[in-house]
Design a protein around this ligand. Structure first.
Ligand SMILES: NCc1cccc(Nc2n[nH]c3ncnc(Nc4cccc(O)c4)c23)c1
Length: 218
């Protein structure tokens, strides 16, 4: 799990997909007025000293060319670290789902982040993890939910009670140990069952991800 930070402040989640590459969400660069993130790896607490915590500088930030501020399409961001991450028990690469097939509805997946915990907007110091069931695209696209805005490159999880929120964007949705998708803010609503959590599925983007990493590695 990565924390994307500006001036020591957690902004968004992300995760290591290769020794020198982190995947996150393009919308995370919206309020950064061109500043470059630093990436914290190996952390559980954001503030306390921990043996495997290490802050990395970022050499390049590459948003998906289709990402934009008006919708949630192609909401992916690749970050190349200044150097390869030091891997250990607390810092590992997360395998990506490369088969482009929907995760079965009701599959229980997990999502983690340092995003706000509840309507109080309280921000946690320690990493939170949630288990959430996958919601079918048909239910998620219902008129009373996200009203046909969920494309085949997106997926949803139930947002009843436990949900992702501000600061969780960019983190991975992990199903059976594999990163299936990336948290996107969507309607930005948290904890309302009528607005299920939305994610950008990874499998449709593996060609783009591999292409950027191959070009970046020179
Ligand atoms: N559950 C989907 C989801 C995933 C990731 C991020 C988000 N939300 C947000 N992303 N960015 C934001 N900037 C301001 N406010 C926000 N949401 C918010 C904050 C307090 C109360 C509340 O009901 C909603 C968000 C929402």
């Amino acid at each position: 799990m990565a924390s994307l930070q500006l001036d020591g402040q957690h902004i968004c989640g992300g995760f290591l997909i290769a020794k020198q590459w982190v995947l996150s969400a393009a919308h995370c660069t919206e309020e950064t007025d061109g500043k470059t993130f630093q990436v914290l790896l190996g952390a559980h607490s954001l503030t306390e000293p921990e043996p495997h915590k290490r802050l990395y500088r970022v050499r390049a930030q590459i948003p998906h060319p289709g990402s934009n501020i008006h919708n949630n399409k192609d909401d992916l961001l690749l970050l190349q670290l200044e150097e390869e991450a030091e891997l250990n028990a607390h810092v590992q690469v997360l395998p990506l789902q490369r088969e482009d097939r929907d995760v079965a509805p009701d599959t229980v997946c997990e999502v983690a982040g340092w995003g706000t915990i509840n309507h109080s907007g309280r921000r946690p110091d320690k990493l939170y993890q949630l288990e959430r069931p996958v919601l079918s695209r048909d239910v998620c696209n219902h008129r009373t939910r996200h009203d046909h805005t969920i494309t085949e490159k997106m997926m949803c999880t139930d947002s009843r009670r436990k949900d992702t929120c501000k600061g969780d964007s960019g983190g991975p949705l992990v199903c059976n140990g594999v990163a299936e998708a990336v948290v996107t803010a969507g309607s930005r609503v948290c904890g309302n069952y009528k607005k299920p959590a939305i994610y950008t599925r990874i499998a449709p983007y593996t060609a783009w991800i591999d292409g950027v990493m191959a070009a970046g590695d020179g």
